[in-house]
Design a protein around this ligand. Sequence first.
Ligand code: SF4
Length: 359
Amino acid sequence: MHGLSKSIVLSGLSPERLAAALEPLAPFRARQIFKWIARGARSFNDMTDLSHTLREELSAAHTLYGTTIIGRLEDPDGTVKLKIGLTDGAVIEAVLLRDGEGRQTACISTQAGCPAGCVFCKTGSLGFLRNLAAHEIVEQFLHLRSIGLQSAAPTIANIVIMGMGEPLLNLGELRAALSIITNPEGIGLSKRRITLSTSGIAAGIRELADTGPDLRLAVSLTTADPALREELMPIARSNPLPVLKEALHYYQKKRGRRITLEAVLLRGVNTRNEDAEAIANFSRGLDAAVNLIPWNPVEGMTFRGMALREPTAEEITRFSRELTRRGITVTQRFRKGRSVSGACGQLGELGAGDSPYYF
Ligand code: SF4
């Protein structure tokens, strides 16, 4: 029946595409199945408003999900990191974060590895394997929610697209995934609760401004010293600061939304007073707040031949003060999930083995 190969994974399809994939099944059946996926049905067998025969036919002809949880690590602070296996053997990571009030945030990946190569990021040091398909992005959310359901506040309040990968280099599949996650007939998460963090891909920021979705935008600036930024974030060579700033102006003109400029603080590297001044100058004219992210240690990561180190408390306070006295709104990222390498910049520590993407 239904004529489509099992290689199409249904969890990554919009209601319309799902209806087409399930033809000649009546469209209302596709809507039922879309809702079941959003509710976390584990198999066609869970879809109790479909007849037993139909469930069997669907199981034989279609693939509902394409990823599997292959590992789970839990930090005492409540952070859960999942290792998720893909059908081609690649492994990605997704993280469930919990704040002091029990609110849960899903941190999801958009690529296996990352081509951006930021020197302070474990994922970047692994290189790039491939873009994730829409279903591989949707399923990270479903997996994390299934873990979150076991908590006192069982909903996921926010999504941050800050896991493995540069999201604006996989905008098509990400957009398809988010249209499923935000569909009111399904999971129904508000777009306003989704934050996308980019290393600063100017063309992608313009595309986001033109065609949405209307998310919260964060840009990992880290430094506004052009030469230092090119060293720390090689993607800056093709996306220099003036071009990035123009793209951010364009985004703000079109979307009218405050953006976050993130700064990963590295001890003795980008925390001088002149670094604060450069960030303040960059943000002038933009409606932006600066989010400080004290670097989370990853063993073996170096810069100019020296081991990278986390900033001291004094360094963070001074840097924050230097920004504030220049009129900048500053926030600081809470450190979460460090014991499971689930904190920002630590994803990809998959354990021993020459080929970290495969299990
Ligand atoms: S910080 Fe983000 S963009 Fe940079 S290498 Fe890591 S995953 Fe890629």
